[in-house]
Design a protein. Structure first.
Lengths: 335, 226
């Protein structure tokens, strides 16, 4: 019994230490700041996609009237099923446009990092409102976008590359020499949010790989990519010439499943990570062109950045800003 | 290029009560994230009930993927292209939604998903009349056309063997044999500009007209998670 107790004591001790190190080690928030900018751009893209379609979908004579959505989601008797949207309270076209304009301003403010703590939460609420207003027309892009926005609400993503940082530096009287990545302190919150995004993205890849293997045998038989190639009304490129190259179709199909499963499992290995990131970049570019799901492909590329270390991102940004401001000298980034 | 922890240079701090609380919150959160991801394709009674009971968290923040097809395709009838179509009075050509444009645009994709959901409702005992009525109403009031009929059609892909060595019709992706109607309804525009739809059933059957109150009610959409 003593041996068993010692075993479990040792197990819990090792696991506890690893858990604390994984979640609570302070980290550089620079990567989250980059993620904020890119996610904000995607959120703006999402809202802009409604600019010409606002009344088409949500107007009084639109394709998704409020009553229809309530009936389809089973909330016609005021029962709440977890969906919340300020767009469900009015279908007045003018009000919709005003709310849409305000939403665009808020998301733009979040993107440039103004009042980030507030605008991050508001941005999430705005995007969720549009999704919950018309859940039957949302696709694979929206859940990934809201996932990133959710975690950024808790992250110090306005620490750099932001108007907030510029204002802070200006208050300190040091705006002339401000580096876009200067004065960024490591924080536990940054690491926590970064890790949550990583775990969520890895789990998403695993889910995508596993669901491909269920339902039917097209992924097992190596035929699935042909069924995507043959979507005449969705594809952006015509690859039907591949009908002559069965092995290419088979290899591509098997490769997609293997890549998605391996990504979720092996991305935690530093040696495997660069290769997996390159392969998945190629994968999402091809999927986007094949299925027309461009937004989904782009958001997955952005989400993949959570596996690129902030130090690397900081180096890239420093390189780019040094080239664009050839006469300026940039202070180095801490961490 | 990569590192075990994101850019960290400090040693891990000692465990504090805050870390314990945060750890519990992390476990709670990840449990529901994994539950939602694992239930996207199919759900047991347990996972269905859990997700419904905690919908204030899973659905509110959109963690519940709601059967979104992340598998991209299973080669089934549900995975084909869908389109909504309207036949205006006095016209012989059907107006197709999405109406052209860039296929990669979200607006285009939304039109396709609308049609796909319409077809799903029609073929699974749901409420397809709501979609038909919405489309008829939209075309009548926003597009200023008088709709005569609305329909939802599936556009099936060609098997690889057909493209490789089939007949001329089999090699043509736009051949009429590649299309299947999931739902058709006649549209009645009333004097007060409201729209009723009457489903076109098989020969010999008559469907009850559906008015703006939505008389024809089938399976609740929540059973599919939407």
């Amino acid at each position: 019994m003593n041996a068993v107790a010692r075993y479990f004591d040792s197990l819990f001790s090792v696991c506890g230490t690893a858990w604390n190190r994984f979640w609570f080690t302070p980290a550089d928030p620079s990567g989250l700041c980059v993620l904020r900018v890119l996610t904000g751009v995607l959120a703006l893209w999402f809202l802009l996609s409604f600019v010409f379609d606002l009344t088409t979908w949500f107007g009084p004579d639109g394709l998704l009237p409020i009553e229809t959505v309530r009936q389809l989601t089973g909330t016609e008797d005021s029962a709440w099923n977890g969906r919340l949207s300020y767009l469900m309270y009015s279908d007045n076209p003018t009000l919709l446009r005003v709310l849409h304009g305000v939403g665009l301003l808020v998301v733009a403010a979040f993107t440039v990092g103004f009042a980030t703590r507030l605008t991050s939460v508001l941005t999430l609420a705005i995007i969720l409102s549009y999704i919950h207003r018309g859940p039957m027309v949302s696709g694979p892009f929206e859940p990934v976008l809201t996932m990133l926005l959710f975690y950024l609400c808790f992250a110090p993503c306005g620490a750099s590359l932001s108007v907030d940082q510029w204002l802070r530096q200006r208050r300190k009287g040091d705006s002339a020499n401000v580096s876009r990545l200067a004065g960024v302190e490591p924080s536990m919150a940054a690491n926590l949010c970064w890790r949550l995004i990583q775990v969520h993205v890895a789990a998403l890849y695993l889910m995508m790989g596993l669901t491909k293997l269920g339902g039917s045998d097209v992924w097992w038989m190596g035929e699935a990519m042909w069924w995507l190639v043959a979507h005449t009304e969705s594809r952006l490129v015509d690859l039907t010439f591949l009908h002559r190259h069965v092995y290419v179709i088979n290899l591509w199909t098997h490769g997609v499943v293997v890549l998605e499963l391996l990504f979720g499992l092996l991305v935690w290995q530093p040696l495997a990570r660069p290769l997996l990131l390159v392969l998945t970049t190629l994968h999402w570019i091809l999927i986007g062109l094949l299925t027309g799901l461009l937004s989904f492909a782009v958001v997955m590329l952005v989400a993949n950045l959570c596996f690129v270390s902030p130090a690397t991102m900081a180096e890239v940004i420093r390189f780019l800003t040094h080239r664009s401001r050839s006469s300026a000298s940039l202070p180095s980034v801490g961490g | 290029m990569t590192s075990k922890s994101p850019g960290s240079s400090a040693t891990p701090p000692a465990t504090s009560p805050w870390q314990t609380i945060l750890s519990l919150l992390i476990v709670f959160h990840l449990f529901f994230v994994f539950l939602a991801l694992g239930s996207n394709y199919s759900r047991s009674s347990l996972t269905y009930d859990l997700l419904n009971r905690f919908a204030f968290y899973t659905r509110l923040f959109n963690f519940d993927l709601d059967f979104t097809p992340y598998h991209l395709t299973h080669g089934t009838d549900a995975d084909v292209d869908h389109r909504s179509e309207v036949l205006a009075k006095g016209s012989e050509e059907w107006i197709v939604f999405p109406r052209g444009g860039f296929r990669g645009a979200d607006s285009y994709k939304r039109q396709q998903r609308f049609a796909a959901m319409w077809a799903f409702q029609a073929l699974n005992g749901g409420q397809p009349a709501l979609f038909a009525q919405a489309l008829g109403n939209y075309v009548s009031r926003q597009q200023h056309l008088v709709p005569q009929q609305v329909r939802c059609r599936k556009h099936f892909q060609q098997p690889r063997e057909d493209v490789a060595g089939g007949t001329a019709a089999q090699r043509d992706p736009e051949d009429p044999s590649r299309f299947s109607v999931a739902y058709t309804a006649n549209v009645i525009v009333n004097a007060d500009a409201s729209v009723d739809v009457i489903r076109v059933e098989e020969t010999g059957q008559v469907a009850v007209p559906v008015n703006s109150a939505g008389n024809a009610r089938g399976t609740n959409a929540n059973e599919r998670g939407r």
